[in-house]
Design a protein around this ligand. Structure first.
Ligand SMILES: [Zn+2]
Ligand SMILES: [Zn+2]
Length: 375
């Protein structure tokens, strides 16, 4: 069938909305009519080539939509279901079987190969040029996914909001819930208050941290962080961060830190501010390598640095959990979202990169109305 997709044809080029041919679904596949998609930093690094990906490609991996057709092997998902899309995993490797699909042995090939494992493509141009997919290629009016990509959500959920639960917000919250696992009463700090950082802050509050510290260089962001649950904020440009942290923690340091900046000197500073037994999870695309004296900076204080991919989440559980927390007004991620028209994807992408918008969401199906609004 013919669909419209936003393509990146060459490294660093703008998105072009083009007419594209979508393949038929296979027995284990699901065709989704996309309602909306968030724009994530990992789309931007694929567009610019910072994270090389074969082109032309259809990016986008924070999609939400409605199931239109399912293959005969697909169970428990049917046409008409409202779905949030996330990453793909194999379901049968040792990590998947122990409930850690973010560590799936086939994560890279399943999500980033740009085509099906047997070599066929989901999308092609009218002239037959093959188009690479990227994660679930959400910058498109339709996409084809597998059961593992899909989380079915209730009919009253507004699909225009929930796409970013499949990557950015899930990553931020999951890093806290599954990676750091802070004890109630502990102190958590988040460096960088973008979409992922804000989700981590909200999760720190939900987890029972009594000091939730947002750190950034923009006062407007810090104000928003306070609104979302930060108990303290520090502008590291205008305030002495070490002094502030010492004062806040009685010279004990911070128990848990999430770094979402990826800036090496910032990560160095963050490590130096950890309490004894403190743990830091740096989760951004990092610019340059980190040099560290593991004895003096880690071992003597029993500190650790941990890697956490996609918040170490099981999307089908975490997305529903976040939807419920949102319903209970404890995870107000909608305050971070700004809607853009699909055709304004280049503007949205620029506003995401510049930080003007915390979480841009493209409305791909303008006709969509949430069930609650239809009543
Ligand atoms: Zn992402
Ligand atoms: Zn697996």
């Amino acid at each position: 069938m013919e669909i419209k997709s936003a393509l990146v044809n060459g490294t660093g080029e703008d998105y072009e909305i083009e007419t594209v041919k979508l393949s038929e679904i296979q027995d284990d596949e699901i065709r989704v009519k996309m309602v909306a998609s968030g724009i994530c930093h990992s789309d931007e690094v694929a567009r610019t080539g910072e994270l090389p990906h074969p082109l032309p490609a259809i990016l986008g991996h924070e999609g939400a939509g409605i199931v239109e057709e399912v293959g005969s092997y697909v169970k428990n998902i049917k046409a008409g279901d409202q779905v949030v899309l996330s990453y793909k995993y194999c379901g049968h490797c040792n990590h998947c079987l122990t409930g850690k699909p973010a560590s799936c042995n086939s994560f890279a090939s399943l999500n980033l190969d740009g085509k099906r494992s047997e070599g066929t493509y989901y999308f092609e141009k009218p002239d037959g040029t093959k188009i690479n997919s990227y994660m679930h290629s959400a910058f498109s009016t339709y996409s084809i996914v597998k059961q593992e990509n899909v989380t079915v959500v209730d009919d009253d959920v507004d699909l225009r909001l929930v796409g970013p639960l499949g990557c950015g917000f899930m990553t931020g919250a999951g890093t806290v819930f599954n990676g750091l696992k802070p004890e109630a009463g502990s102190t958590i700090a988040v460096f960088g208050t973008g979409a992922v950082g804000m989700a981590a802050l909200m999760a720190g509050k939900i987890a029972g941290c009594t000091k939730v510290i947002g750190i950034d260089i923009h006062d407007d962001r810090l104000e928003l962080a306070r609104e979302l649950g930060a108990t303290h904020v520090i502008n590291s440009k205008t305030q002495d961060i070490e002094e502030e942290v010492n004062q806040l923690t009685g010279n004990q340091g911070i128990n848990y830190i999430v770094d979402t900046t990826g800036v090496v000197p910032v990560i160095k500073t963050a490590i130096s501010l950890l309490a004894k037994e403190g743990v830091i999870a740096p989760i951004a695309v990092q610019k340059g390598d980190l040099e560290l004296n593991v004895l003096t900076e880690l071992s003597v204080s029993n500190r650790s640095i941990i890697g956490v991919l996609m918040g170490n989440t099981i999307p089908q559980l975490t997305i529903k959990q976040l939807v419920e927390l949102h319903r209970a007004n404890r995870f107000p991620f909608d305050k971070l979202i700004e809607f853009y028209k699909f055709e304004d994807i280049n503007q949205a992408s620029q506003d995401s990169a510049s930080g003007k918008t915390v979480k841009p969401v493209l409305i791909i199906d303008e006709e969509y109305k949430p069930k609650a609004a239809q009543a």
